[in-house]
Design a binder for this molecule. Structure first.
Ligand SMILES: N[C@@H](CCC(=O)N[C@@H](CS)C(=O)NCC(=O)O)C(=O)O
Length: 261
């Protein structure tokens, strides 16, 4: 059976869970120890030097990065196809995925840093949350235009273009940043969540015991070193949270992509 190292709350891992379910492939999902704290080790660390989920193990094959895992799944199990047929449509879907994985995800992640890990409180938390809300609405408006009159981001049927959007939009809705009611994205989200592969994967995230008691203390004590990589770091700085980064560096409770060994 396939092994998918993941975490139910990871939107990147959810992309892969949805794809494997659409393809009818069984998989097990061990949670790597030390994830999020900077202490991942063992087989998982050997398979992914970035120490990130998702990581797929298929026999001797080890793959990291959700997009590359999706490509592998599509290549290995082409039926049913998840990508649209034409080069232009495939490129359109891949651009949507790129935006969701980078700019959009950084906003959701930052909200976790503020509300769960309490990196900012008071006026700073309010400023960062307000920026996140405005930015999310900007991306949702862009998504509304991407959808146009189609039922799915993938085109006529559900596919890659949808599974790469739904984990991120569902997560921001759960934080209170919803697509405008009566709009196309809100209606699309309802349709997507009704699909078994999506309902199961998003349901696993919602049902995950997110006991956040003690996590802010774990950060404060340095036991948790959160990864401020690429777009996440940019978000914090450009949205007014430079002091969050500076304090994290001083307290040694943030880190960046690990050096390869
Ligand atoms: N580009 C990667 C990003 C994966 C990623 O950032 N995963 C996060 C969880 S959402 C992670 O595993 N972080 C490791 C950590 O925080 O220790 C992908 O698409 O798979």
């Amino acid at each position: 059976m396939l092994t998918l190292y993941d975490h139910p709350l990871s939107p990147y891992a959810q992309k892969v869970r949805i794809a494997l379910r659409e393809k009818g492939q069984a998989f097990q999902t061990p949670l790597p120890g030390g994830l999020g704290a900077g202490g991942a080790a063992g087989d998982f660390a050997a398979a992914n030097p970035r120490l990130e989920v998702p990581t797929l193990i298929d026999g001797d094959v080890r793959i990291f990065d959700s997009t590359i895992i999706l490509e592998y799944i599509e290549d290995k199990w082409p039926s049913p196809p998840l990508l649209p047929a034409s080069p232009a449509e495939r490129a359109r879907v891949r651009m949507i995925e790129e935006v969701m994985d980078t700019h959009y995800e950084a906003i959701n992640w930052a909200m976790g840093e503020i509300s769960w890990f309490r990196r900012a409180t008071g006026a700073l938390a309010e400023t960062l949350t307000a920026r996140a809300g405005e930015q999310t609405q900007g991306f949702l408006a862009w998504l509304e235009r991407q959808l146009g009159d189609a039922a799915w981001f993938n085109g006529a049927s559900f596919g890659w273009g949808d599974l790469c959007v739904v984990p991120f939009v569902a997560a921001s809705a759960a934080m209170g940043f919803r697509a405008p009611e009566g709009g196309k994205v809100a209606a699309w989200l309802g349709r997507a969540l009704a699909r078994p592969s999506v309902a199961e994967s998003v349901g696993e995230a919602r049902n995950f015991n997110r006991d956040t008691s003690g996590v802010a203390e774990a950060v404060a004590s340095g036991a948790f070193k959160r990864e401020y990589r690429d777009h996440r770091l940019e978000w914090m700085i450009k949205s007014g949270g430079l002091e969050v980064v500076l304090k994290g560096l001083e307290a040694d409770n943030i880190r960046f992509t690990p050096d390869f060994r």
